[in-house]
Design a protein around this ligand. Structure first.
Ligand code: 5GP
Length: 186
Protein backbone atom coordinates (compact mmCIF):
# COMPACT_ATOMS: atom_id res chain seq x y z
CA UNK A 1 0.00 0.00 0.00
CA UNK A 2 1.26 3.43 -0.91
CA UNK A 3 0.89 6.92 0.48
CA UNK A 4 -1.77 9.56 0.04
CA UNK A 5 -1.73 13.37 0.18
CA UNK A 6 -5.12 14.98 0.65
CA UNK A 7 -5.56 18.67 -0.14
CA UNK A 8 -8.71 20.44 0.85
CA UNK A 9 -9.79 24.06 1.05
CA UNK A 10 -12.72 26.35 0.53
CA UNK A 11 -12.86 27.06 -3.22
CA UNK A 12 -10.94 30.19 -4.14
CA UNK A 13 -8.23 29.51 -1.55
CA UNK A 14 -5.62 29.02 -4.26
CA UNK A 15 -5.59 25.27 -3.72
CA UNK A 16 -5.47 24.43 -7.44
CA UNK A 17 -2.55 26.82 -8.00
CA UNK A 18 -0.64 25.20 -5.14
CA UNK A 19 -1.39 21.68 -6.37
CA UNK A 20 -0.42 22.56 -9.95
CA UNK A 21 2.88 23.93 -8.64
CA UNK A 22 3.47 20.78 -6.60
CA UNK A 23 2.71 18.49 -9.54
CA UNK A 24 5.35 20.07 -11.76
CA UNK A 25 8.23 19.68 -9.27
CA UNK A 26 9.11 16.24 -10.67
CA UNK A 27 8.27 14.39 -7.42
CA UNK A 28 6.80 10.84 -7.61
CA UNK A 29 3.21 12.06 -7.31
CA UNK A 30 0.06 11.16 -9.25
CA UNK A 31 -3.03 13.36 -9.25
CA UNK A 32 -6.26 11.53 -8.51
CA UNK A 33 -8.75 12.59 -11.16
CA UNK A 34 -12.18 12.73 -9.54
CA UNK A 35 -15.42 11.99 -11.31
CA UNK A 36 -18.11 14.69 -11.36
CA UNK A 37 -21.57 15.18 -12.78
CA UNK A 38 -21.07 18.97 -13.15
CA UNK A 39 -20.37 20.50 -16.56
CA UNK A 40 -16.78 21.38 -17.55
CA UNK A 41 -15.71 25.01 -16.83
CA UNK A 42 -13.47 27.03 -19.12
CA UNK A 43 -10.73 24.87 -20.64
CA UNK A 44 -11.39 21.80 -18.47
CA UNK A 45 -11.10 18.47 -20.27
CA UNK A 46 -12.42 14.99 -19.63
CA UNK A 47 -9.69 12.87 -18.08
CA UNK A 48 -7.53 15.88 -17.13
CA UNK A 49 -9.22 17.90 -14.32
CA UNK A 50 -12.11 15.45 -13.91
CA UNK A 51 -13.88 12.53 -15.51
CA UNK A 52 -17.07 14.32 -16.56
CA UNK A 53 -19.96 11.87 -16.28
CA UNK A 54 -23.70 12.24 -16.76
CA UNK A 55 -25.64 12.02 -13.52
CA UNK A 56 -27.05 8.65 -14.68
CA UNK A 57 -23.55 7.26 -15.34
CA UNK A 58 -22.36 8.58 -11.98
CA UNK A 59 -25.28 6.95 -10.15
CA UNK A 60 -24.67 3.65 -11.98
CA UNK A 61 -21.07 3.66 -10.71
CA UNK A 62 -22.29 4.34 -7.15
CA UNK A 63 -24.62 1.33 -7.44
CA UNK A 64 -21.69 -0.71 -8.75
CA UNK A 65 -19.54 0.23 -5.71
CA UNK A 66 -16.90 1.87 -7.91
CA UNK A 67 -16.34 4.85 -5.56
CA UNK A 68 -14.12 4.99 -2.45
CA UNK A 69 -16.14 8.05 -1.45
CA UNK A 70 -18.51 10.47 -3.12
CA UNK A 71 -20.39 13.61 -2.12
CA UNK A 72 -23.29 15.61 -3.40
CA UNK A 73 -21.90 19.17 -3.40
CA UNK A 74 -23.76 22.46 -3.94
CA UNK A 75 -27.19 20.80 -3.96
CA UNK A 76 -26.95 18.75 -7.10
CA UNK A 77 -23.50 18.09 -8.51
CA UNK A 78 -21.90 14.78 -7.58
CA UNK A 79 -18.17 14.40 -6.98
CA UNK A 80 -16.32 11.22 -6.13
CA UNK A 81 -13.11 9.25 -6.07
CA UNK A 82 -13.04 6.10 -8.19
CA UNK A 83 -11.30 3.04 -6.74
CA UNK A 84 -9.65 2.59 -10.15
CA UNK A 85 -7.78 5.91 -9.68
CA UNK A 86 -6.15 4.69 -6.48
CA UNK A 87 -5.08 1.41 -8.13
CA UNK A 88 -3.79 3.25 -11.21
CA UNK A 89 -1.54 5.64 -9.28
CA UNK A 90 -0.21 3.19 -6.69
CA UNK A 91 0.59 0.71 -9.47
CA UNK A 92 2.87 3.41 -10.89
CA UNK A 93 4.66 3.54 -7.51
CA UNK A 94 3.53 7.10 -6.84
CA UNK A 95 1.96 8.93 -3.90
CA UNK A 96 -1.65 9.88 -4.67
CA UNK A 97 -2.63 13.55 -4.55
CA UNK A 98 -6.27 14.28 -3.79
CA UNK A 99 -7.99 17.63 -4.34
CA UNK A 100 -11.28 17.09 -2.64
CA UNK A 101 -13.86 18.80 -0.46
CA UNK A 102 -13.59 18.84 3.33
CA UNK A 103 -16.08 16.04 3.97
CA UNK A 104 -14.41 13.82 1.36
CA UNK A 105 -10.96 14.64 2.76
CA UNK A 106 -11.92 13.61 6.27
CA UNK A 107 -13.49 10.40 4.91
CA UNK A 108 -10.35 9.46 3.00
CA UNK A 109 -8.20 10.26 6.05
CA UNK A 110 -10.41 8.01 8.18
CA UNK A 111 -10.10 5.15 5.69
CA UNK A 112 -6.33 5.39 5.13
CA UNK A 113 -5.11 6.62 8.55
CA UNK A 114 -1.32 6.99 8.81
CA UNK A 115 -0.89 6.26 5.12
CA UNK A 116 -2.51 9.62 4.44
CA UNK A 117 -1.52 13.22 5.22
CA UNK A 118 -4.38 15.73 5.14
CA UNK A 119 -3.52 19.34 4.32
CA UNK A 120 -5.94 22.24 4.67
CA UNK A 121 -5.26 25.30 2.51
CA UNK A 122 -6.66 28.27 4.38
CA UNK A 123 -7.53 31.61 2.76
CA UNK A 124 -6.52 34.73 4.73
CA UNK A 125 -10.21 35.74 5.09
CA UNK A 126 -13.71 35.27 3.68
CA UNK A 127 -13.42 38.72 2.05
CA UNK A 128 -10.23 37.62 0.26
CA UNK A 129 -12.09 34.56 -0.95
CA UNK A 130 -14.97 36.65 -2.28
CA UNK A 131 -12.67 38.86 -4.33
CA UNK A 132 -10.76 35.84 -5.71
CA UNK A 133 -13.97 34.12 -6.80
CA UNK A 134 -15.28 37.35 -8.38
CA UNK A 135 -11.93 37.87 -10.12
CA UNK A 136 -11.93 34.35 -11.52
CA UNK A 137 -15.14 35.21 -13.39
CA UNK A 138 -16.14 31.58 -13.98
CA UNK A 139 -19.14 31.43 -11.66
CA UNK A 140 -22.45 33.28 -11.42
CA UNK A 141 -23.01 35.56 -8.42
CA UNK A 142 -25.47 33.05 -7.02
CA UNK A 143 -22.91 30.26 -7.32
CA UNK A 144 -20.28 32.48 -5.64
CA UNK A 145 -22.58 33.12 -2.67
CA UNK A 146 -23.17 29.35 -2.40
CA UNK A 147 -19.42 28.73 -2.43
CA UNK A 148 -18.82 31.38 0.26
CA UNK A 149 -21.50 29.92 2.51
CA UNK A 150 -19.86 26.53 2.11
CA UNK A 151 -16.42 28.05 2.72
CA UNK A 152 -17.45 29.46 6.09
CA UNK A 153 -18.62 26.03 7.17
CA UNK A 154 -15.50 24.34 5.81
CA UNK A 155 -13.16 26.72 7.67
CA UNK A 156 -14.50 25.37 10.95
CA UNK A 157 -13.13 21.91 10.06
CA UNK A 158 -9.51 23.01 9.61
CA UNK A 159 -8.40 21.81 13.11
CA UNK A 160 -9.23 18.24 12.07
CA UNK A 161 -6.49 18.27 9.40
CA UNK A 162 -2.90 17.07 9.90
CA UNK A 163 -1.47 20.34 8.51
CA UNK A 164 -2.80 23.83 7.82
CA UNK A 165 -1.13 26.02 5.19
CA UNK A 166 -2.31 29.65 5.11
CA UNK A 167 -2.32 30.98 1.57
CA UNK A 168 -1.77 34.69 2.06
CA UNK A 169 1.51 35.12 0.19
CA UNK A 170 1.58 32.59 -2.70
CA UNK A 171 5.36 32.08 -2.78
CA UNK A 172 5.44 31.35 0.96
CA UNK A 173 2.52 28.94 0.67
CA UNK A 174 4.19 27.11 -2.28
CA UNK A 175 7.39 26.67 -0.29
CA UNK A 176 5.52 25.43 2.75
CA UNK A 177 3.49 22.89 0.75
CA UNK A 178 6.67 21.60 -0.87
CA UNK A 179 8.38 21.19 2.51
CA UNK A 180 5.43 19.37 4.10
CA UNK A 181 5.12 17.05 1.09
CA UNK A 182 8.83 16.20 0.93
CA UNK A 183 8.85 15.37 4.65
CA UNK A 184 5.91 13.01 4.18
CA UNK A 185 6.91 11.18 1.00
CA UNK A 186 10.66 10.70 1.57
P1 5GP B 1 -15.07 22.42 -8.35
O1 5GP B 1 -16.47 22.35 -8.91
O2 5GP B 1 -14.69 23.82 -7.95
O3 5GP B 1 -14.06 21.80 -9.25
O4 5GP B 1 -15.04 21.55 -7.03
C1 5GP B 1 -16.04 21.70 -6.06
C2 5GP B 1 -15.63 20.95 -4.82
O5 5GP B 1 -15.66 19.53 -5.03
C3 5GP B 1 -14.22 21.27 -4.36
O6 5GP B 1 -14.26 21.50 -2.96
C4 5GP B 1 -13.46 20.02 -4.71
O7 5GP B 1 -12.34 19.85 -3.89
C5 5GP B 1 -14.52 18.97 -4.47
N1 5GP B 1 -14.18 17.67 -5.04
C6 5GP B 1 -13.49 17.42 -6.16
N2 5GP B 1 -13.33 16.12 -6.34
C7 5GP B 1 -13.94 15.49 -5.30
C8 5GP B 1 -14.09 14.12 -4.92
O8 5GP B 1 -13.62 13.19 -5.57
N3 5GP B 1 -14.78 13.88 -3.77
C9 5GP B 1 -15.29 14.88 -3.02
N4 5GP B 1 -15.91 14.52 -1.90
N5 5GP B 1 -15.15 16.18 -3.34
C10 5GP B 1 -14.49 16.47 -4.46
Amino acid sequence: MGKILIFSAPSGSGKSTLINHLMQLGLPLGFSISATSRAPRGTEQHGVEYYFLSEADFRAKIANDEFVEYEEVYGGSLYGTLRSEIDRIWSEGKTIVFDIDVAGALNIKKIFGQQALSIFIQPPSIEALRSRLLGRGTDSLERIEQRLAKAEKELSFSPQFDKIVINDDLATAKAEVEKVVREFIF
